[in-house]
Design a protein around this ligand. Structure first.
Ligand SMILES: [Fe+2]
Length: 124
């Protein structure tokens, strides 16, 4: 469950991660609320996919991911992933955040480039 709210124009989000075993995928299923799955590849790809009740969102392996609550109510999701996937939570912090921010437009949401993003670096 992710509470609704914003800091400035940026919506509340999860910390986000890349799976420590990076090729492990994950499936999210929307149960309540209105959200966005924000996804980045390490080499420049980026996607933002809506999460709504009754809809599944597939997160392929090798994608950094976080969920964002863009609604007025709690975002509730069910998710499952391989037990050995693990999480590298620090990869986003080392990069100055994900490539894009999810922000309010007045009547919805959009993404905009994160000026503090410096690129992803894997630890050896
Ligand atoms: Fe995950």
């Amino acid at each position: 469950m992710l509470e609704p709210g914003r800091v400035g124009d940026e919506y509340f989000m999860t910390r986000g991660h890349l799976h420590a075993v990076a090729d492990r995928a994950e499936l999210y299923f929307g149960l309540a609320g209105h959200g966005v799955m924000l996804l980045d590849t390490l080499d420049g790809g980026s996607e933002a996919i809506e999460i709504n009740p009754g809809q599944a969102v597939y997160v392929p392996g090798h994608w950094v991911h976080r969920s964002v609550n863009v609604g007025a109510e709690r975002l509730v999701t069910l998710f499952c992933y391989a037990a050995d996937a693990g999480q590298d939570y620090d990869i986003i912090e080392r990069a100055g955040g994900m490539r894009n921010l999810v922000v309010a437009t007045g009547d919805g949401w959009t993404t905009k480039p994160n000026p503090e993003h410096t690129g992803y670096q894997l630890l050896k």
